[in-house]
Structure formats: C-alpha cells, structure tokens
Ligand binder design. Structure first.
Ligand code: ZN
Length: 149
C-alpha cells in the first residue's frame, strides 16, 4: 500500500512539474469552459475539439495548485479520443470515490487513481474535481463559468 502511495505521489509531482496538453488550445477547438475554485484560487480553462461525439483533442490553461494542475493534466491524457459519454462516466466514477466514498475500480481509473489520495481532504477534493467539472461544462456547450462553490 505504501508503494502504491509513493507511486501516486510521484505521478502528481510529475504532472505538476511538466503538465501535459497545457498552455495551448487544440486546433479547430470548438468547446471551451472556465472553472474557478475560490477556496484555493485555482483557475482553469478546458478547451477541446469535439466532433461526432468524440473528444478528438483536449487541452487546458490557467493557474492552479499542484492538485488542480496534475488533475487537469491527467484528465486530458485520459480523455483524448474518448466519447463525451465515456468522459462523463469516468468523471462520475472518480466523483463516486472522492465524494461518495465508494471503493475505487483501479482497473478502470488507471493513472487517475493517483488523484484519489486527496479523498480525505475535502478542500483538496475541490481542487481535483475542478478541471472535470469544467470539462463537463465544455462538453455541454455551457459558457457559464464553473465554480466549486
Ligand atoms: Zn487548489
């Protein structure tokens, strides 16, 4: 269990140090949403190229803490090439563990499991879920800014 924890911490640190799909918008981007977590000060913009029900490309911008940045980075990696439905299902699977205290399905969550370490810290849970709420807003085509409050 300790080894798993260390591995997860390493994943978070790595994605915070060199976030993937960061600082750009995808070519032919057609969905964008903004999210804000006032408790921590995290700001995130999630943008994607969404065509025929599939997230062809997804990227993020903004300024966030290590957890928000790592979560957004892992999210973009996990969701590229997925359908909008699959993306929502994955978010709901994470949300169930983080917020509803359900046991994780590691086979399904893969690397995203690294984010589950924040489960016991409600403030940090908001940091971890912010990019996902924002992604969901982008998928639904909503322009209204997302806030964790
Ligand atoms: Zn944060």
């Amino acid at each position: 269990m300790n080894e798993l924890r260390e591995l997860y911490e390493e994943v978070i640190l790595d994605h915070n140090r060199s976030p993937r799909n960061f600082g750009r918008r995808p070519p032919r981007c057609n969905r964008t949403a903004h999210g804000h977590n006032p408790l921590c000060g995290d700001q995130v913009e999630v943008s994607m190229t969404f065509r025929d029900g599939v997230i062809e490309d997804i990227a993020f911008n903004g300024e966030g803490c290590a957890i928000t940045t790592a979560s957004a980075s892992l999210m973009t990696q996990a969701l590229k090439g997925r359908t909008g439905e699959e993306a929502k299902e994955l978010f709901h699977a994470m949300h169930a563990v983080l917020v509803d205290d359900e046991p994780p399905d590691h086979g399904r969550l893969g690397k995203l499991g690294a984010l589950l370490g924040v489960k016991d810290f409600p403030m940090r849970v908001k940091c971890a879920t912010l990019p996902w709420h924002t992604m969901e807003a982008a998928l639904s085509g909503s322009d209204a800014p997302v806030t964790t409050e």
